[in-house]
Ligand binder design. Structure first.
Ligand code: FAD
Length: 285
């Protein structure tokens, strides 16, 4: 069985970043991904200028299947309707329906309390849209426990969510346990594994500070040993991600969703070291 390979990018804040992203996207296109998804900051007022603009470029210019992330906690129905209509006009019929993080000092709007509310709404307004949802192998931080979290996930799927994409994780065993919980809860849609290759110290430190993701001993050892050796850290971080992907593909994961951090070099390295395992193809020389 083959597994899909997709990439996630984020809209940059600067003109230089935008120009760099265009080059990155052209390089990603060469890898023929199953789709590229574009993140969306949930406190930006101008989704049209950020996420939609990048998504439009990927879909229209590069002709790569595109998923636009849509966090809706700070949007009302009329705004979502407008965004869905705009996506429809561009020809993008795929979204990642999200609630988004709640900003402590900013009360959310009332229309979409949970991602499942957004999924219900979009399915009603645009039944032809393919909808992805987020999921959490290590449980969403606001959830009491996995059972509650998976029950809530089942609502998303019952509402019409067609596939799930996981939060990043570094311990594949946790992903397999989560898959089993989903299976028991009769969640049968494809679950794509979110993988983030760690390639520099700043990224690693930020991760340790902000995430509640389990960092396995093998992973922590890499960070510790190569903390001050950027080249070795990158090499070991890429090897770790490749090892994760090979294990997941061998266990027939539905797909790998690579958090590229807008870095085409990293995506290419991962691609060339996993493509035959993911696609199950044998290259004839
Ligand atoms: P929900 O599915 O609504 O879940 C949020 C919490 O509420 C969970 O604890 C859940 O168990 C609980 N819950 C859900 N439904 C119910 C219910 N009916 N009753 C009671 N409790 C319920 N954020 C961004 O801002 N922009 C992005 O581009 C972005 N991309 C992401 C991509 C992926 C693959 C992932 C995994 C996350 C992404 N996020 C993004 C982060 C996400 O927005 C946050 O994790 C957010 O806190 C939860 O969003 P959600 O859609 O999973 O919420």
């Amino acid at each position: 069985m083959s597994s899909t390979l997709s990439f996630e990018v984020f809209p940059p804040n600067t003109q230089v970043g935008t120009e760099k992203l265009i080059t990155t996207l052209e390089e990603l296109q060469q890898l023929a991904p199953d789709f590229i998804s574009v993140t969306c900051s949930n406190n930006r007022q101008t989704i049209e200028e950020t996420t939609l603009r990048v998504a439009d470029y990927i879909h229209t210019e590069l002709q790569v299947p595109t998923i636009a992330h849509l966090p809706a906690a700070y949007l009302d129905q009329a705004q979502v309707q407008r965004l869905v209509t705009r996506l429809d006009q561009i020809g993008i019929h795929q979204i990642l329906a999200l609630r988004g993080d709640i900003i402590p000092e900013l009360p959310p709007k009332q229309d979409f309390t949970y991602a499942s509310d957004l999924i219900d709404y979009v399915k009603q307004q645009a039944p032809h849209f393919h909808i992805s949802g987020a999921c959490y192998p290590e449980t969403h931080p606001e959830s009491q426990n996995r059972i509650e979290d998976v029950k809530n996930l089942r609502r998303k799927v019952a509402g019409g969510c067609d596939q799930l994409i996981t939060q990043l994780f570094f311990d594949n065993e946790l992903f397999y346990q989560f898959q089993e919980s989903c299976d028991l809860a009769d969640i049968k849609v494809p679950i794509l594994a979110g993988i983030m290759p760690i390639v520099n110290r700043k990224q690693a430190l930020r991760l340790i500070k902000t995430t509640n993701t389990k960092l396995p001993r093998k992973f922590l050892a890499i960070l510790e040993k190569y903390e001050h050796d950027p080249i070795a850290l990158k090499e070991a971080g890429l090897a770790y991600a490749i090892d994760q992907i090979i294990d997941l593909a061998t266990q027939d994961v539905a797909g790998i969703h690579l958090y590229t951090m807008n870095n085409a070099e990293v995506a290419k390295h991962i691609y060339y070291n996993t493509k035959n395992v993911l696609k199950g193809q044998i290259e004839v020389r």
